[in-house]
Design a protein around this ligand. Structure first.
Ligand code: FES
Ligand SMILES: [Fe+2]
Length: 406
């Protein structure tokens, strides 16, 4: 089913490559410059987008073994994700019920019990309070009512989604708008998690705009991977989630190949985004310059920083092959390269934009007819920021459409 759809979309992209054309949005889009730095606007984005939307906080293969866990800070909330005793993933606010200490240091590992560093209260990986120091002296307390506070969590297509509202709920199917089947096709659940690295960047939307933008590839990235890249993009959408593919010359290799033989890495090429903060890009890992190893994914997750002018990006690396010792130097070299490109080219530019945007010289930014993805992304953020209640939020998603650019 997904393969048929991917073949259909690839056929469409090939036709554009052959004709040298690209589908375009109806008009030039405009985004107020204030949306990139105004503190009130940013606070609304935090409350109405980041606190309500399931976020990509981990991967099934990252928490693969029994008792594995991951602790991280997300938009000001300390989060603990565990592989619980029943094998499911659970998420909690990483905050002690006694007097609020962060229980688990940021990082990952395996543990059946977590001990608070302040007074040594103990929690299990189901979030239950299982130990109170000097319990007789402490006094009367029902442990069953004093576990870690749960966060809503769902595992889909090998991705762990977590919501940031304590005791809240997420509807992952409503969120994914049918995109989950396409994500399944990447096979993340069967990958090996090979590591992550983080870097600081500008306002989360300045940073995220770049992941939806192929227009800049041969220009900004002229010294690295850009010179032979097409600057054209086709945007397919499942609600707010977009796949960005390019009708570039590589597509022409498919001309003489039966559709049944079109390889999966071609069918899934381009950038796959998960609203509001995730970008997935696949690339081959080569051995001695020859394609060997297999396909590796960089899944970039962007998080707003402490203020409107900053963000943090985690680059997560998943290998769809056995990452043997022989391949590790290649994998490390790719990670280093991707860190360099994003830090020295994309975010170097983004950090400068973060300063120019506040000069007041321009009141709005432009997204061309060839930048339909950016237009759609900002439209979704605007609609969710305007959604006052959780019901309003759900109503926006209830109107989500699947759109294939033809
Ligand atoms: S704050 Fe955790 S045991 Fe006191
Ligand atoms: Fe870029």
């Amino acid at each position: 089913m997904s393969r048929d759809l991917l073949v259909d979309l690839t056929r469409r992209t090939l036709e554009h490559a052959r004709a040298g054309t690209v589908p375009l949005a109806g008009a030039v889009g405009r985004v107020p410059a204030t949306h990139y730095y105004d503190p009130d606007r940013w606070a609304l984005e935090m409350e109405r987008v980041f606190k309500r939307t399931p976020l990509v906080l981990g991967f099934s293969c990252e928490l693969a073994g029994p008792n594995s866990y991951k602790a991280m800070e997300v938009a000001g909330t300390p989060v603990l994700i565990t592989r619980a005793s029943d094998g499911s993933t659970k998420a909690f606010v990483n905050m002690c019920s006694h007097r609020g200490a962060v229980v688990v240091e940021p990082g990952s590992g395996t543990a059946r019990r977590f001990t608070c560093p302040y007074h040594a209260w103990n929690y299990d990986n189901d979030g239950q309070l299982v130990g109170i120091s000097d319990r007789d002296d402490f006094g009367d307390l029902d442990p069953s009512c004093n576990g870690l506070t749960p966060l809503p969590c769902a595992e889909r297509a090998g991705i762990i989604f977590v919501g940031l509202e304590p005791n809240g709920e997420i509807d992952i199917d409503a969120h994914l708008c049918g995109y989950g089947d396409l994500l399944e096709f990447h096979g993340f659940a069967d990958c090996t998690f090979v590591g992550s690295q983080s870097l600081d960047g500008p306002n989360w939307k300045v940073a995220y705009d770049g992941y939806l933008d192929f227009y800049h590839l041969p220009i900004l990235h002229k010294d690295t991977f850009g010179p032979d890249r097409s600057n054209k993009a086709i945007y397919d959408a499942w609600g707010p989630h977009q796949r960005v593919s390019s009708p570039d010359h590589r597509m022409m290799e498919l001309e003489d190949m039966p559709e049944a033989d079109w390889p999966e890495d071609v069918l899934t090429n381009g950038v796959w985004t998960i609203f509001p903060h995730t970008s997935i890009a696949g690339f081959p890992v080569r051995v001695d310059g020859v394609e060997g190893g297999g396909r590796m994914y960089m899944v970039s997750t962007l998080f707003p920083g402490a203020d409107p002018d900053s963000s943090v990006t985690i680059q997560n690396f998943l290998a769809a092959f056995d990452p043997t010792d022989e391949l590790m130097p290649e994998i490390a070299a790719q990670q280093e390269f991707l860190m360099y490109v994003v830090r020295e080219e994309d975010y170097f530019t983004g950090n400068r934009i973060q300063r120019t945007v506040k000069t007041g010289a321009k009141t709005e930014f432009l997204f061309g007819r060839n930048e339909a993805g950016g237009q759609r992304f900002h439209g979704w953020v605007d609609r969710l920021v305007a959604a006052e209640s959780a019901d309003d939020y759900r109503a926006v998603f209830a109107q989500a459409e699947v759109v294939f650019q033809r």
